[in-house]
Design a protein around this ligand. Structure first.
Ligand code: AMP
Length: 216
């Protein structure tokens, strides 16, 4: 099964993708995490991606699609995956579909998490991420047991550079799922929209419900 998770920055895609991957045992593929790993390792791809990420802009399609296709060509993606942060537009969606179709696969579900702008701005300001394992926390909605320390691995928590207020506004403007992308999945009959302003657990339950599963 292949699932794409759509939603504006701060809608909870990362957190929910982790939860759905745990519940379904599907591979979690986050293009944002892949770019951040490349930035950390100072690869050529990382250096290029950083110039866009720091401004809150999307990395060019050509670069992003190449990275994603290389990832899904690996054997652990054969049985399915949940895509978090990809596709961001129709060009990326079509590239994904063509790659999956070459192995007899398709996007089975597109789950759109909707949240209002005011709420997104409040959320992005309070986000903390583990430097070691990438797990996400939120000061208000999902705090770690001990401030600054990851519950999962004990790693150090930090705030992403692109969660700064001026960058947040650009990300919201440039990175909301475009109407054409939502329309693309609606026309394919695979779109489910979920209210992302419910509690984290309620959003997880709604997402699993859309996949025909119940929360454990
Ligand atoms: P995210 O963690 O999904 O918010 O992604 C962090 C940053 O990585 C974004 O602000 C973009 O600069 C870049 N990025 C992640 N996924 C994509 C994508 N599918 N297309 C283009 N840029 C992306």
């Amino acid at each position: 099964m292949y699932i794409v998770l759509l939603g504006p920055p701060g809608a909870g895609k990362g957190t929910q993708a982790q939860r759905i991957a745990d519940a379904t045992k599907l591979l979690h593929v986050s293009t944002g995490d892949m770019f951040r790993e490349n930035v950390r390792n100072e690869t050529e791809l990382g250096k290029l991606a950083k110039t866009f990420m720091d401004r809150g802009e999307l990395v060019p399609d050509e670069v992003t699609i190449k990275m994603l296709l290389e990832r899904i060509a690996r054997p652990d993606a054969e049985k399915g995956a949940i895509f978090d942060g990809f596709p961001r537009n129709v060009v990326q969606a079509v590239a994904l579909e063509q790659a999956l179709a070459s192995n007899g696969g398709k996007v089975d579900h597109a789950l759109l998490i909707s949240v209002r702008d005011e709420e997104l701005i409040a959320r992005l300001g309070g986000r903390w991420m583990c430097r070691n394992c990438g797990r996400l926390f939120h000061e208000r909605n999902d705090p770690p047991k001990q401030a600054g320390v990851c519950d999962a691995c004990g790693g150090e928590l930090y705030q992403r550079d692109d969660d700064r207020p001026e960058v947040v506004r650009t990300r919201l403007e440039k990175q909301k799922p475009p109407a054409e992308l939502i329309g693309h999945y609606r026309a394919a009959g695979v779109l489910t929209e979920i209210d992302g302003e419910q509690s984290l657990d309620a959003v997880t339950a709604a997402l699993l419900g859309a996949l025909g599963m119940s929360a454990a």
